[in-house]
Write a protein that binds this ligand. Structure first.
Ligand code: FMN
Length: 197
């Protein structure tokens, strides 16, 4: 089990998952499922979705099953949510998938909803922000925004699957991205790892 131990006290992770309206709701769905399985390493998961995220999820996955996950969901304009402030000490935030609009607002410091405010907080507190950014092709504005967020300490983890594990289904393919995220945020989970040939 991968948890921090500070002065004899086990510190489990407090994680924010934000879902925005880029294509790739499957990544969000699989990540929430995976976090459900790893709850022994997690103290709390708060979830916030943009309006477009709900529309894209329904369009791409054909359901509204985000509500079935055993985590607390917050409205996107709920600035009273704990992770809208640094004092709640959420240590990790994942935006999955992350639209170019949300990326741009974070890069510009425009904290006008709970997603962008929480990302702003994570960056100012020097904690871990992972953006599973999705669009193609990228224009110069996207690339500059990615550079800005990277310079501020965020991690751009593009929604680009890998093929060396020979995935057989769309789920297995999407899991290659989700497993990378799980690894980046320091949770322990058994998954395929490239070890060279
Ligand atoms: C089906 C669908 C797929 C989309 N895919 C993307 C995408 O891959 N990347 C992106 O940046 N925007 C995408 N968009 C557009 C975003 O939803 C739109 O820019 C929105 O304003 C993003 O808002 P949000 O960041 O608050 O969710 C898509 C929209 C739809 C309806």
């Amino acid at each position: 089990m991968c948890v921090w131990v500070v002065e004899g006290v086990i510190m489990k992770k407090k994680i924010v998952v934000a879902i925005t309206g880029a294509s790739g709701s499957i990544y969000a769905s699989l990540l929430l499922k995976k976090l459900t399985q790893l709850q022994d390493q997690i103290a709390e998961v708060g979830v916030v979705m943009s309006d477009n995220a709900k529309d894209v999820w329904k369009f791409e996955l054909g359901n509204e099953e985000y509500s079935r996950f055993p985590f607390k969901f917050y409205a996107k304009n709920d600035f009273m949510a704990p992770f809208a402030s640094g004092s709640a000490k959420f240590d990790t935030m994942i935006i999955v998938p992350c639209s170019m609009g949300t990326l741009g607002r974070i890069a510009g410091g425009i904290s006008d909803d709970l997603i962008t405010r929480a990302a702003d907080v994570i960056l100012k507190e020097r904690r871990k922000l992972v953006l599973v950014a999705r669009d193609t092709p990228l224009n110069l504005i996207h690339i500059r925004n990615m550079a800005t967020v990277t310079e501020a300490g965020g991690i751009i983890c593009p929604a680009i699957p890998s093929y060396y594990s020979k995935p057989q289904t769309i789920e297995e393919l999407a899991m290659t991205v989700v497993n990378r995220v799980i690894d980046l945020i320091g949770l322990e989970s058994k998954s395929y790892e490239w070890k060279g040939i």
